[in-house]
Each structure stands twice: as C-alpha cells, then as structure tokens.
Design a protein around this ligand. Structure first.
Ligand code: BJW
Length: 226
C-alpha cells in the first residue's frame, strides 16, 4: 500500500498539487524543496519547514488512518509505504511504516547525512549539528535526491510481491514512488485506488474508489465484516 498527501488532507495537512489548497499553488518547489534551495537560502527553507512542522504537530490522525491499522490486523501480510513526512500513520498506531520521503519532524546533519541532535550553541541562528557544527536540515527527500536505500528496497520488494496494492491519496506523479503501483501491476497484483479525483493511475487500476480517504477507508474495512 502507498499513501500520499491526500491521506493527510482530512487531518488538515495541505497537499502539494491540489489546485487551490496545495502547497505548490503558493510556493515554488525549486525555492524550497531542493538541495540547491537549501544551499542558496537556508533561512527561507527552514522558515517554511518550521511552519509546516507546526501544522503537523497540531494535526491529528483521522478515521482513515485508524482504518488502515484495523486492516493491517485483518490480513496476513501488510506493508504501509507512505510518501507522507508527517508521522500521522504511526501516531494512529500503524507499525512498520516505510517512510519513503523521510520525516519532517527529524533533523539530519547536512554535512554527515545522518540524524543528529541540535547543538545548544548555534552561531548561525539556524539549527546546527551537535557533533560537527554543520547546518542541520529536515530529514526529508527533496527533488533530485535519492530515496533512503532501505525504504527504496523494502517498497520495491513488497510492490513486486503483493496480491493487492492500494494507492491512497496520491497524484501518482512523483517518481520513483509512482512506479510502485506500476511494479505491482506488472507482477499481476490487483490495484485499488482511493482518491477524490482521477489520476494517471486510474485507467490502469482494477478498482477506483472515489471519495476522501477519511470516509472511503473506514467503509472499506466495514465491508470486511459482511
Ligand atoms: C485526496 C484527498 C482526500 C486530496 N482523500 N485523496 C521519472 C520521470 C519523471 C521525473 C522523474 C522520474 N524519476 C525521477 C524524477 C524526478 C522527480 C520527479 O518525480 N518529478 C516529477 C514531479 C516529474 N523525482 C525525484 O526527484 C525523486 N528523486 C529521485 O528520483 O532521485 C534520483 C536519484 C537517484 C540516486 C541518486 C540521486 C538521485 C525525489 C522526489 C522527492 C519528492 N519530495 C516531495 C517533498 C518531500 C519533503 C516535504 O514534504 O517537504 O515529496 S515533493 C512532494 O510530492 C512530496 C510528496 O511526498 C510527493 C508526492 O505527492 P503526493 O503525495 O502525490 O501529493 P499531491 O499533492 O501531488 O497529490 C495529492 C493527491 O491526493 C491528489 O491526487 C488529490 O486528488 C488527492 N486528495 N484530498 C483522498 N481527502
């Protein structure tokens, strides 16, 4: 299963590409979500991420997140791969979540590439690494950056080996994540899409459930009781 920003929309976390409300309607990704942007203007990038961290900290998981916890308990093997960086699945009780694009609430040293504590003695006014003094950055995957290796491998393996692949609340435009459903289809899995709108994946999916994740997913789990 793969979730995207639409999964968190019902918790009040903005998506990226929705025309009116998406983050990319108001901000340019190349100014905020690339390694070059961080090198050019770390203050600006950090200000944006601190704002989004606050949104995420104030958000709560919804009935759709809880339905996926329930679903995991009903099937023999279940792997939740998420593109979301907000940790809402884990807060709802999902375990073994594969964080494909990282986690916005963690800091990573921009020099060493590993998660580190903040130094209490910052000279730049920005978060600095307690070990080496380099700038810290959010532990997320920006455009042009590689997916963390363990997440890439685990997600590829489950997509190639699953019977049923759910694609929930993602525009299915950003690769390599968008390739996971294609991988599952090539392996003969059934693909179910949950979204409020059609995507490029919709014509290929076996079942398309149209509606908000917070409504459709609890309904899907209820069907298992019949
Ligand atoms: C609802 C709903 C509700 C609303 N209920 N549904 C192949 C082809 C073309 C390009 C590329 C390619 N391979 C790589 C690329 C380049 C690039 C890419 O894909 N670009 C495309 C945009 C064209 N990919 C990369 O750069 C990736 N890296 C890479 O490939 O590295 C190669 C490499 C290898 C080795 C060494 C070095 C490099 C990295 C991509 C990183 C993406 N990062 C972001 C930001 C994360 C950090 C942060 O949060 O700040 O990840 S961008 C953003 O998009 C975020 C998301 O996870 C990601 C996906 O978005 P998502 O989840 O689909 O959200 P939306 O908003 O697009 O869609 C929401 C959907 O929900 C919509 O469909 C709505 O209808 C729906 N919805 N409400 C259900 N209530």
């Amino acid at each position: 299963m793969l979730t995207g920003a639409g999964m968190s929309a019902d918790s009040g976390v903005p998506t990226f590409r929705d025309a009116q409300t998406g983050l990319w309607a108001r901000f340019r990704p190349e100014d905020l979500a690339t390694p070059d942007a961080f090198e050019r203007d770390p203050e600006r990038v950090w200000a944006w991420y601190e704002w989004r961290r606050e949104l995420v900290r104030n958000a709560e998981p919804h009935a759709g997140h809880r339905a996926l916890v329930e679903l995991a308990g009903r099937v023999s093997q279940f792997t939740l791969v998420t593109q979301n960086v907000d940790g809402l699945h884990q807060r709802a009780g999902s375990v073994g979540v594969v964080e494909y694009h990282g986690n916005i609430l963690r800091d990573r040293c921009a020099g060493e590439g590993i998660c580190r504590e903040r130094s209490p003695h910052s000279t730049s006014g920005l978060p600095e690494c307690s070990a080496c003094g380099a700038l810290l950055r959010p532990d997320v995957v920006w455009f042009g950056e590689a997916i963390p290796r363990h997440a890439l491998q685990q997600a590829d393996a489950v997509a190639a080996d699953c019977d049923c692949f759910l694609s929930i609340g993602t525009a299915a435009l950003v690769y390599p994540a968008a390739g996971l459903a294609e991988r599952a289809l090539r392996s003969g899995a059934k693909v179910i899409e949950v979204n409020i709108e059609p995507t490029d994946l919709s014509p290929l999916a076996d079942v398309v459930l149209t509606g908000p994740a917070g409504v459709v997913l609890p309904g899907l789990v209820q069907l298992l009781d019949r």
